[in-house]
Design a protein around this ligand. Structure first.
Ligand code: ADP
Ligand code: ADP
Ligand code: ZN
Length: 213
């Protein structure tokens, strides 16, 4: 099963993608996590990506497409995957589509997690991230057991630089301009499913599994 998560930054794509990955036994592939791991390790890719990420801009398609195609070509992705944060532009979606078509394959579901902008800004200020293992928390909705510490790996949690309010607004503008057109793109392919992302996360997941089961 090959699944794409669509939705604004902070809509809950990552949260749902992790639950999908666990329930259906497929890898969770997040381009944002791959970039952040590269930044943390000080790679050339990481340093290049950081310039854009810190401003709330998209990393250029050339860089992003290459890392994504390399990742989904790995053995563990053979039976499917859930993509979180890719594609984010029409050109990225076209490249993925062509790569899959060449393999006689296609995306099964594009799940749009729908959350209005007003809710997003509130949510992002409360998000805390573990840059070691990629786990995500929320100070109100998903607090860690010990304040500021990752339950999974014990590392310190951070407010991502790009989750600060000024950058969140830029990211929302970028989302509306460059990413939202993908809703129409996947709707035309008849794989689009929309869920109400303002619900409690377990209710969102129930709506997701009702689609996938
Ligand atoms: P969120 O989950 O909050 O939407 P991500 O972790 O997916 O954020 O992405 C963080 C940042 O990484 C984005 O704002 C962007 O700069 C970069 N990024 C991630 N995925 C892509 C992509 N597919 N294309 C371009 N840039 C990307
Ligand atoms: P995305 O990957 O779309 O950027 P995340 O999954 O990281 O979004 O979620 C953004 C923030 O909102 C996180 O702090 C997360 O814990 C929280 N969150 C996710 N889903 C919900 C929900 N349904 N209700 C309230 N908060 C949520
Ligand atoms: Zn961790």
């Amino acid at each position: 099963m090959k699944i794409i998560m669509l939705g604004a930054p902070g809509a809950g794509k990552g949260t749902q993608a992790k639950m999908i990955a666990e329930k259906y036994g497929i890898p969770h592939v997040s381009t944002g996590d791959i970039f952040r791991a590269n930044i943390k390790n000080g790679t050339e890719l990481g340093m290049e990506a950081k310039k854009y990420m810190d401003q709330g801009l998209l990393v250029p398609d050339e860089l992003t497409v290459k890392i994504l195609l390399d990742r989904v070509a790995q053995e563990d992705c053979r039976n499917g995957y859930v993509l979180d944060g890719f594609p984010r532009t029409i050109p990225q979606a076209d490249v993925l589509d062509k790569a899959l078509t060449e393999l006689g394959d296609q995306i099964d579901y594009a799940i749009n997690v729908d959350v209005p902008d007003e809710n997003i800004v509130k949510r992002m200020g409360g998000r805390r991230a573990c840059l070691s293992c990629g786990a995500t928390y929320h100070i109100e909705h998903v607090p860690p057991k010990a304040e500021g510490i990752c339950d999974a790996c014990g590392q310190e949690l951070v407010l991502r630089d790009d989750d600060k309010p000024e950058t969140v607004q830029n990211r929302l503008n970028v989302y509306h301009e460059q990413t939202q057109p993908l809703i129409e793109f996947y709707s035309a392919k008849e794989v689009l499913k929309t869920v109400d992302g303002t619900q409690d996360m377990k209710d969102v997941f129930a709506a997701v599994t009702a689609i996938l089961d």
